[in-house]
Structure formats: structure tokens, C-alpha cells
Design a protein around this ligand. Structure first.
Ligand code: G6P
Length: 613
């Protein structure tokens, strides 16, 4: 949550900072601010609300002179969104200004100590403590970099910090622990940012900062240190993807663009790992000898990645016959889990920086389990911490509600399940061959769903049902797991109250909520359970529900006898079916949200990267 940028060069900083922040809004968008060293003085501009409010206030940055500055887009943790609580925060002395992504866990203690020394606070944020702590040391020593070095070891929690000092107006100091930070090398100018898209327009040459590292830079020079002050050499890397990958490219919203990118994302994730009828997982060490000793597999994640984990339980147990459990990362950590070296813990995360997921990963390692991460963001904290990492090659996902990252995470689960099953000998050659073949066909099948005709059908149902107040997603087996994700999407982007239940569980309580006009989205793609799901559809119809059913071509006619609306998906190997069932559900949420006038890419109260517990 929260994104930071910094620029030191010869051009006007404010427009560059605001443009960079626009690429980080997915990390938080309840307020924003910049601080720039002008010709004579430091100038701070902040505004509650979307970045656009700040852009309007500063004439897109033109009204703020100066060539060195820092910027921030916020997702509130300490203190409600307001002008005062927005970053940058300036020290009581007026000399130090700070932008911060992360959370300072011991802020109350530090605040009390500084108050005792007569330092005054003006906001409710944890970040102001950082500004005042650096400010306090600076007052004593007059050494800016030394003051930052003194302050850092006193901060508990996570941070990516960008810091300015009025007495050294050409310099930015930045430091990192447990929140992402990238340094960008320009020509006569240099940058920092929380994520690559913020600076990609200006440079493709970057260094990924590691925990415990700080950087001191101006327009000409850059020096990296550890927190003690020892100089370090950084690896310089080239970003290979284009800026267009992080732009809307003709689509009205990132969410729609990313839904349509799924066939490509699936291809990019699957093709390099499917070679001559075999699943090849380069660099992954899961030997038969090791797997035979695994008593239980845990899948640990948050949000949609947790729902991938719920699906993975069905898939891995079916393929490998190893008991498998999906656990929410926020619960795993504090539940005293029965985990030791006989467990494989699979961590799933798009961003690779979700605080609860990272903490759960560390706990699993501490308990002695082997850990394997499925991650989208290269070089992220989770990718680096896990024993082994498999990347999903979804490309940058900007919309807050995940779509293509979910699909590729699921694709990696299929690869892993079949790979492990082959090692274990729990899958015969014929079945293995069928999985590989179906995985090869998956991107093409996803493409078939995204035709104009199919999309228009979803649009039609969205326009018919968007006014409903409550929705229930029901299904059995893997359909019940994909219901969870479909229902979450509707809540997230359309603000429509929605719940998901295994269809057979409905009559144990939730059916009491079904009345005239309740929307029920019934998934009926698991052939052997089709009749049972249809029986549940009849039950809700009898109580007045409007039923939209997602099913296979083969069962569409039968389903139409009960349901009010039908969407069909191509038939594929049953275990892979959820990958296809998901797509109309994503589109349905998107179009319902549009009909309800919601801000699809930036839903209220949410952030894409949740780096606080
Ligand atoms: C947030 C996002 C979700 C995501 C979850 C886990 O809630 O809005 O889309 O599923 O975090 O994020 P991760 O990056 O760990 O997959």
C-alpha cells in the first residue's frame, strides 16, 4: 500500500513525480503529495482524494518549481485520509521531509520519546515519526546522511523511504526494509520508485534495492550503502518489458484489458514449461524422494490468491494423493500450525510483497518446512525469501481486482500438481499426457470465450441484473471454489453484496436469504454433479431467485429449463475447467460495475498491494 517516487535531475521535478505517481495509484489512492526543492525553498503540495485533485491543485505540477523532489500516493493506515495526514511529512524543524511506504510498528514509543524532547507533531501518521526522528538527529549533528543512518536502526516495521533535507537541496536519500524500492539510472538524472512502471518512461536501467540498503543520489552521482555506512556495489539490470504493458492500450479500463490478456498470459506462463509432452520446471527441486516424505501440503495466501489455493486443494489432492490444505496467510501465522520438515508450504502471491503472506512464509521456514513461492513480481520479497520460486508470467497487473494473475497462478498449480504426481507415480502416463495436452490447449480455449458474441451476452446479463441487492454464487466441487473468486470480484468492483456457497450447503442456512429478486449465479460445469446442482437451482427458483447459470455447451439446453440466463464455456479436461469458468464471471463483475457507475480499476477502500497486516 502506498507508492513513492523520487527524482533528481535538471528538469522540473513536479510533473515527473505526478506522472510517476499515476502509475503507482494501484498501491493506494486516497491522497497524494509531493515535496520539491525550489530555487529558494522547499515546497510541499498535498491533497486528499485521487491524484487528479493534486494535479489540478498544482496545474499538473507546473506551479511547483524545482528539479529535485519526492512524491507519494497513499492508502491510509495511521490517520484518516486528509490533507494533513498525506505525505510528504515534514519534521517539526522544517528541514527534513519524508515519503514512506510501509508501517512503523513502534511509532507510538518513538513519538512519546520525541514529544518528551519537545518535538511537536502535526499529523496522526507513523511516517511523521520518521521525519521527526531524522530531524532530531540532524539538529544535533548537522549531518543529513548521518542522521538518517542514526534513525534507521530505531525503526521497527517495514519501509521504503525517500528523504529530503533543506540544507542539501540537490540530494535524495532512500532506504529499504520489507517494502519494495527500485533505483533508476537516467542521463543526468536519477530516480527512485516503488515499482518499475513509475519510471519506465524515463529509464529501463535499474537496480533493485535489498533490505538493509540505502542510496544517496543527486542528478550526477549515486552511492549505495548498507545501514552501517559500508559502500556496496549494486547489480544494474535492464527492464525488458515496454511501457505499453502497463498502459490501457485502447481499453476503457485496465481490468478489461487484463481480462483480455489472459490467453497471452496463460501462454507465456505455460509454453516455456511444456516441452515435448513433458512438464519442465527449470530450477525446481521436488524429487520423488523428497515428495514421498511429504505428509501434508499447505497453500498459504491472501485474497484471490487464497482462492487459487482453495482450488489447488482439489487439484493437488486429485493428482498427488497428498493431503492438502489452503490457509489464509493472516491466520496461518498465529494458528500454531502443525508444520515441520515433512511439510511442503506453497505460497501464492501476485505482488510478492503482501505482508501477511510474507510473514507466513517466514514462519513456515522457521518451522523447518520446504517453501515454494508462486509469484508474479520478479525479485519481490516473497520471491527472494522462499526456498524456491516459480514465476507466473502474467506481466504487470494494474487493476486492483486481479484477473490475469489469478489465471496464471492457477495454471502454475496445474503444472505443479501434474509434475509432482509424475514424480510420485500417482498419475499414469495416459492421464499425464491428457493433462499436458489440455494445458497446451488452455490459452486457445480461453480465447474462444473472449469473442464479441460471448462478451455481448455477458453485457446483456449484467445490464439485466445490475440492480439486484444481493447475489449468491453456488456450485459444487471445483465450481464451488471458483464461486469464491466470482463472488469476490462482484463485491470488489461492483459493491454488490455477494456470497459464495457450495451448492449442497445452501440449505443449511443461506437459503433463508433467498427471496424474490435475489440473484443466484449457479456454476454447473462439473458433469457428474450437474443434476445435483440443477436440483439446487430448482430450490432457489422456487423461492423467487433470478438464476444465471454458467455451464458447458453439452448441458446448456438442460440448464436453460431451470435458469433464467445461460452462459456457456468450452469444455476442457474437467480438472482444468475452472480456468475457463472464471472468465465470464470476471466479465460479469466488470459490466455490472460499469452499470452501477463504479470506479472499476480503483474500487473504494482497496489497494492492490497490501503491505500492512
Ligand atoms: C489484495 C488484492 C487482491 C489480491 C490480494 C493478495 O487484496 O486486491 O487482488 O488477491 O491482495 O495479493 P497478492 O499480491 O499477495 O497476490
Amino acid at each position: 500500500m502506498c507508492g513513492i517516487v523520487g527524482y533528481a535531475g535538471n528538469r522540473q521535478a513536479a510533473p515527473i513525480l505526478l506522472e510517476g505517481l499515476s502509475k503507482l495509484e494501484y498501491r493506494g489512492y486516497d491522497s497524494a503529495g509531493i515535496c520539491v526543492h525550489g530555487v529558494k525553498e522547499m515546497q510541499v503540495a498535498k491533497a486528499k482524494g485521487r491524484l487528479q485533485v493534486l494535479c489540478d491543485k498544482t496545474e499538473n505540477g507546473q506551479a511547483v518549481p524545482g528539479c529535485v523532489g519526492i512524491g507519494h500516493t497513499r492508502w491510509a493506515t495511521h490517520g484518516a485520509p486528509s490533507d494533513v495526514n498525506s505525505h510528504p511529512h515534514v519534521s517539526d524543524s522544517g528541514k527534513i521531509s519524508v515519503v514512506h511506504n510501509g508501517i512503523i510498528e513502534n511509532e507510538a514509543k518513538l513519538r512519546a520519546q520525541l514529544l518528551e524532547k519537545g518535538v511537536k507533531f502535526h499529523s496522526e501518521t507513523d511516517t511523521e515519526v520518521v521525519a521527526n526522528l531524522v530531524g532530531y538527529y540532524y539538529e544535533q549533528t548537522g549531518n543529513f546522511i548521518g542522521a538518517v543512518r542514526q534513525a534507521l536502526p530505531r525503526l521497527e516495521g517495514s519501509y521504503a523511504l525517500g528523504i529530503l533535507c533543506t540544507d542539501l537541496p540537490d540530494t535524495i536519500v532512500a532506504a529499504k526494509k520489507d517494502s519494495p524500492l527500485i533505483f533508476g539510472y537516467g542521463d543526468g538524472e536519477n530516480y527512485i520508485a516503488s515499482d518499475v512502471p513509475a519510471i519506465l518512461k524515463h529509464t529501463q536501467t535499474v537496480s533493485y534495492m535489498e533490505d538493509g540498503e540505502m542510496v544517496v543520489f543527486n542528478n550526477k552521482s549515486v552511492r549505495f550503502f548498507d545501514f552501517v555506512g559500508e559502500p556496496i556495489e549494486k547489480k544494474v539490470e535492464t527492464i525488458t518489458w515496454e511501457l505499453s504493458a502497463a498502459e490501457r492500450g485502447g481499453f476503457d479500463h485496465f481490468m478489461l484489458k487484463e481480462i483480455f490478456e489472459q490467453p497471452k498470459a496463460l501462454r507465456d506462463t505455460l509454453s516455456p514449461r511444456l516441452k515435448n509432452g513433458e512438464i519442465v520446471l527449470d530450477g525446481i527441486d521436488l524429487s520423488a524422494e523428497y515428495l514421498k516424505d511429504v505428509r501434508k501440503i499447505y497453500l498459504v495466501a491472501c485474497g484471490s490468491a487464497y482462492y487459487v489455493s482453495v482450488l489447488a486443494k482439489y487439484i493437488i489432492e486429485k493428482a498427488c494423493r497428498i493431503p492438502t490444505e489452503a490457509v489464509m496467510a493472516s491466520e496461518f501465522r498465529y494458528s500454531d500450525p502443525v508444520v515441520d520438515e515433512h511439510n511442503l508450504v506453497i505460497i501464492i502471491s501476485q505482488s510478492g510483497e503482501t505482508a501477511d503472506t510474507l510473514a507466513a512464509l517466514r514462519e513456515a521456514k522457521r518451522l523447518g518446512a520446504k517453501t515454494l513461492a508462486v509469484v508474479n513480481v520478479v525479485g519481490s520479497a516473497i520471491a527472494k525469501t522462499a526456498d524456491q520460486t516459480i514465476y507466473t508470467w502474467a506481466g504487470p497487473e494494474i487493476a486492483v481486482a486481479t484477473t490475469k494473475a489469478f489465471s496464471t497462478q492457477l495454471a502454475v498449480v496445474y503444472l505443479l500438481a501434474a509434475y509432482m504426481a509424475k514424480q510420485l507415480g500417482t498419475m499414469d502416463d495416459e492421464t499425464y499426457g491428457a493433462w499436458v495436452e489440455a494445458l497446451e490447449a488452455l490459452p486457445g480455449a480461453a480465447e474462444q470465450i473472449l469473442t464479441k458474441e460471448n462478451v455481448e451476452k455477458v453485457q446483456y446479463y449484467a445490464s439485466r441484473y445490475y440492480g439486484h441487492h444481493d447475489a449468491f454464487y453456488i456450485g459444487r466441487n471445483v465450481d464451488s471454489a471458483i464461486c469464491l473468486e466470482g463472488s469476490l470480484k462482484l463485491k470488489e468492483v461492483a459493491y454488490l453484496h455477494s456470497e459464495a456457497y457450495p451448492a449442497g450447503e445452501l440449505k443449511h442456512g443461506p437459503i433463508s436469504l433467498i427471496e424474490n429478486g435475489t440473484l443466484v449465479v449457479a456454476l454447473a460445469t462439473v458433469q457428474p454433479l450437474f443434476d445435483k446442482t440443477m436440483a439446487n437451482v430448482r430450490e432457489v427458483k422456487a423461492r423467487g431467485a433470478d438464476v444465471l447459470c454458467v455451464t458447458l455447451q453439452e448441458t446448456a439446453e438442460e440448464a436453460a429449463k431451470q435458469a433464467d440466463g445461460i452462459l456457456t464455456v468450452p469444455t476442457i479436461l474437467p480438472v482444468l475447467q475452472p480456468s475457463l469458468t472464471l472468465i465470464p464471471l470476471q466479465l460479469f463483475s466488470y459490466y455490472v460495475a460499469l452499470n452501477r457507475g463504479c470506479d472499476v480499476d480503483k474500487p473504494r477502500n482497496l489497494a492492490k498491494s497490501v503491505t500492512v497486516e
